[in-house]
Write a protein that binds this ligand. Structure first.
Ligand code: AMP
Ligand code: FE
Ligand code: FE
Ligand code: ZN
Length: 273
């Protein structure tokens, strides 16, 4: 069977593996295709990586997971099949990076107020060349002994609505979808089962997505089924992926969820022959 895992992270965002290691693991796990969808960066993709994929017989589809916000709720949008040198996309991602830096600083200020100081330099040192975000801040909080686990850091301080959460990666989902379309990419709504409010998902789906991530990580069938229904009703491409992050989320493995071949073929843009 042709397995395409179209959602995973390398150490260019908050994963622990290199892009090359991801290809190796994909090969070991018998995957036919892979997309590395780092948060707000396409730095994982290089000519050497495409060569390596070819050697291993894996189809590498360009991908990215872009952060957006609607009504103060964070919405992740997967983009597939763009040219990694696309200027519009690259300048958009640069803008997000700058907003992230401002937001991370604001989170660190709040943590200081709560008696958990972390210097900006420490975060920079940890996240050189990476998309820096809350998971990195959480790991510094663990290092300092402020919390015992990633989950505790999020639950008590960093999750949406918690005391040290800061909004700030502000682009509207519509803006992200339009940008992706201008870059000849497909836009897919990531992990829609996160949204508990019914009307919210309906609003999102009116914005022009091409697909929706129905198979996700180790999501149980009861949560999967309603999303599949919605995909069919709205005539959206059905995609899937593991959201593998390496050793920081050890319960997920590359290929634990995948995209049907039919959708994969439709997602491949002209830049992915
Ligand atoms: P950021 O891009 O800085 O907003 O961080 C988003 C990332 O934090 C997500 O991709 C997840 O990996 C992680 N994350 C978000 N919410 C939680 C949560 N409640 N528990 C654990 N990890 C989370
Ligand atoms: Fe992540
Ligand atoms: Fe996500
Ligand atoms: Zn992800």
């Amino acid at each position: 069977m042709f397995l395409a895992d179209l959602h995973c992270h390398s150490f260019f965002s908050d994963g622990t593996d290199s892009p090359f290691a991801l290809l190796e693991i994909a090969h070991q796990n018998g995957l036919g295709a892979l997309s590395i969808t780092d948060h707000d960066t396409v730095d994982a993709y290089s000519d050497e990586l495409f060569l390596k994929a070819k050697e291993l017989g894996i189809e590498l589809l360009t991908g990215v997971e872009i952060s957006s916000e609607l009504d103060g709720q964070s919405v992740h949008i997967l983009g597939y099949g763009f040219d990694v040198k696309d200027e519009k996309l690259l300048s958009f991602l640069k803008k997000i990076k700058e907003r992230r830096a401002v937001r991370n600083r604001a989170i660190l200020d709040k943590l200081k107020e709560y008696g958990m100081p972390i210097e900006e330099e420490e975060l920079q040192e940890l996240t050189q060349n990476k998309t820096a975000g809350r998971p990195h801040i959480a790991s510094l909080m663990i290092q300092r002994g402020y919390v015992e686990s990633m989950q505790e850091a999020f639950d008590k301080y960093l999750k949406e609505g918690a005391s040290c959460y800061v909004f700030g990666i502000r682009q509207h989902p519509k803006e992200v979808i339009e940008l992706l379309h201008k870059s000849s990419a497909k836009a897919v709504l990531a992990h829609p089962h996160f949204f508990r409010k019914k009307g919210f998902l309906r609003r999102l789906l009116s914005l022009g997505f091409d697909g929706i991530e129905c198979y996700y990580g180790k999501l149980e069938k009861v949560f999967e089924a309603p999303i599949l229904e919605i995909a069919k009703r709205h005539n959206l491409l059905i995609t899937g992926g593991s959201d593998y992050h390496g050793s920081i989320k050890p319960h997920l493995f590359l290929g634990c969820s995948w995209t049907p071949e039919e959708s994969f073929l439709k997602l491949k843009g002209r830049n992915n022959p």
